[in-house]
Ligand binder design. Sequence first.
Ligand code: TYD
Ligand code: MG
Length: 494
Amino acid sequence: MARPTTTYVCQSCGAQTRQFFGRCSSCGAWNSLVEQTAPASDTRRRRPVAADASAASPRQPRRSEPIAAVGERPLQRLGSGYGELDRVLGGGLVPGSLVLLGGDPGIGKSTLLLQSAEAMATRCSVLYVSAEESAQQVKLRWRRLAEGASEVEGEMGGEAPAPRAQVRAEAPESAGLQLLAETDLELVLQELEALRPAVAVIDSIQALHDGELSSAPGSVAQVRECAAALARIAKRQDTALLLVGHVTKEGMLAGPKVLEHLVDAVLTFEGDRFASHRLLRAVKNRFGATHELGVFEMRGRGLAEVSNPSELFLGSEEPSAGTATIVACEGTRPLVVELQALVSTTSYASPRRTATGIGTNRLHQILAVLEKHLGLPLSRFDCYLAVAGGLEVEEPAADLGVAAAVVASYRDLTLPPGTVLIGELGLGGQLRPVGQLELRLQEAARLGFTRAVVPKGSGLARLAAGLDLQLLEAGGVAEALVAALGVNPADDRA
Ligand code: TYD
Ligand code: MG
């Protein structure tokens, strides 16, 4: 009989070695190798769900065909019941696709999927598999959400005598949503086979357990095997699968990268635990664009969609020294966001620079440009920068806004109300053009802004005039700040 072989599997990247190392040679993670014993020959019985299709028909030789001749099937999408979720998915759930939803514990993944499962259950069959919480816990949450939904409907529809969700809360058997509290993969697969739902939610993939593997639930081998088995059945039955995945301490999707390759879309649900809004993004999407953003707000009774998020990221009405407003673009979605800077004399040997919502390196770079090209002695000042609402702004189009907030705080100036700043700073102090300027200007005008400082050569003068927006074009940072502030910040008498 063949000897069982021992392999060591990295829990963060899935790499396998025959020898134990303290550090994974593939991804560099420390203490991530876990011993795994596998039978030498592949004696694992084949899962019945995987065996059928090939057994039914004799093997046929497959031939390729010209791509132009490949028959097209229109991509049908299932609305998830939430416009914000549909936007991130690229227009809705695609039958037979696998979507992985990642996020920190407690951010609201289960809530989002339960809400959306409940909404979809009115149109198609939906199975919710809870591997983490008991059926009772899910039921409690479901009831809480149903009450929230009835409140919203009441608000919208005036005096609605018996809101839909309330009726369902009283007569749960009429609801289309099926609930299964189970951690055993085999039983989950059987239920999927028996029910053949259009949509199934698995909460979470890390809590599922394949009895055939000896490793613990949540380990690389388990997660990979469970996801692969689910993927096979989803493709075969045209069931759209929504998988919940956990995020590790480092902020990566827990379990292997393998999982991200296996699924069709990876969504992340993020947000400040202390703020109520939550941001949903696609980091991978085979059926739509990535970088789309969905915005939700966590209320006492579930998640509510925020269809007008700019208002969320705008601070107080009163402009104050050191604030500047930018228009960031998340995918195709422009967001008007307020930035705040605080510049104060340092009492440290090296000044402190702290930024929330913008990379610190980016802040360092902008401060260096201001120091060099405007002659401001910022190296003797501490500088703190914050993006309102806890949003992360990654794109360089925010540079000019950061520069304006810093300079305004340094000079104790208030930017004229109704001003937005858009532009990327080059190291030479020049203002670089940014993409989707038209969209950004439209959003600013929609929210009542009247002045926009933008890079030179935008060619949008006519559009701005139509929007009642005063367009101030500038070639460099100094020129832009003079236009925005109305005074020359490099001038000591300012
Ligand atoms: P949950 O969906 O369980 O998070 P995850 O599945 O990502 O771990 O959300 C849990 C948090 O959301 C919890 O701290 C309570 C809060 N919450 C609300 O504020 N309102 C609600 O209606 C619900 C259901 C949860
Ligand atoms: Mg959960």
